[in-house]
Design a protein around this ligand. Structure first.
Ligand code: CP
Length: 302
């Protein structure tokens, strides 16, 4: 693996290798000194043209836990404000010493473009509504920890599928690992063409809940235009939000997931977000070890 741009770059064995390595790094992170010297002298650049809390900070924590240095690029305080291009920005970072690039950008394909310009490996930290591969890996790790394996799991992905890079990455990763995925959404939030997706589709959350092992709620992507096509966020929450009453419709050992950031009261009520059956913070925690595993494999460390 030279880059990680999409879950389609990985087959099942490669995904399982990364999850196994991530589980080993989870143990490292529980030590008194949660650090290994593996990447001493290497430098990771986080190049985020879109806002992020979880992805950027967990990549930076992961790099430091591997003893790498971090260059944290923020466009608003950079020469991008003077008109510098994406290409000149990443070439400048590489000339400054970056060995690996984590790229988030609003444009589909931006990380792939960067991979064509720089010599080092590139990790896609989210490109438009296209892909967010490390989110899918950390979600798969979280499910593997809870259920042992994904084979046969019934996962309902709920909400703004049309605009969600998380949905696209997770459908691919979950089905490669043997899960069955159902998309649950109002029709305006579904992609126009679903023929490429190995999924079933439902328009009713309440019909689906009793047969799900996992209900995975997506954030409504207002910034990608979802707001105006819904009557209101309140009405969306009434039909497709997870609340206490709907939690009780799930099988007893089913779990609730959300990639974050959460709009409490829209996709999920505050009491459900904080319920013991919610894995939201397990997902965040697993982001660090998962990203350690990806960085480690891409830099060829041993
Ligand atoms: N899940 C996720 O990508 O969160 P951030 O936007 O905070 O990185």
């Amino acid at each position: 693996m030279k880059h990680l741009l999409s879950i389609s770059d990985l087959d099942r064995a490669e995904i399982e290798d990364l999850l196994t390595l991530a589980a080993e790094f989870s143990s490292v992170l529980e030590r008194d000194i949660p650090k290994v010297p593996t990447l001493r002298g290497r430098t990771i650049a986080t190049v985020f043209f879109e806002a992020s809390t979880r992805t950027r900070l967990s990549f930076e924590r992961a790099a430091k836990a591997l003893s790498a240095d971090v260059m944290s690029f923020a466009p608003g305080t950079s020469s991008v404000t003077k008109g510098e291009s994406l290409k000149d920005t990443v070439l400048t970072l590489e000339a400054t010493g970056a060995d690996l690039f984590v790229v988030r950008h609003e444009s589909v394909g931006a990380a792939a473009r960067v991979a064509g310009w720089v010599n080092g490996p590139v990790i896609n930290g989210g490109d438009g509504a296209h892909q967010h591969p490390t989110q899918a890996l950390l979600d798969a790790l979280t499910l593997r920890q809870r259920f042992g394996k994904l084979d046969g799991l019934k996962v309902g992905i709920v909400g703004d599928i049309a605009n969600s890079r998380v949905a696209r990455s997770n459908i691919d990763a979950f089905t490669k690992l043997g899960a069955q995925v159902e998309l649950i959404a109002p029709s305006p939030l579904l992609p126009v063409d679903l023929s490429a997706f190995p999924v079933t589709v439902s328009g009713s959350l309440e019909d689906s809940l009793p047969h799900l092992d996992v209900v995975y709620l997506l954030r409504v992507q207002i910034e990608r235009g979802s707001g105006p096509i819904l009557p209101s966020l309140a009405e969306y929450g009434l039909r497709f939000g997870m609340n206490r009453q709907r939690l009780q419709m799930l099988p007893a050992d089913a779990v609730v997931m959300h990639p974050g950031p959460i709009n409490r009261g829209v996709e999920i009520t505050a009491d459900v977000a904080d319920d013991p059956r919610s894995l939201v913070l397990d997902q965040v925690q697993n982001g660090v070890s998962t990203r350690m595993a990806v960085i480690f494999r891409l830099l060829g460390a041993s």
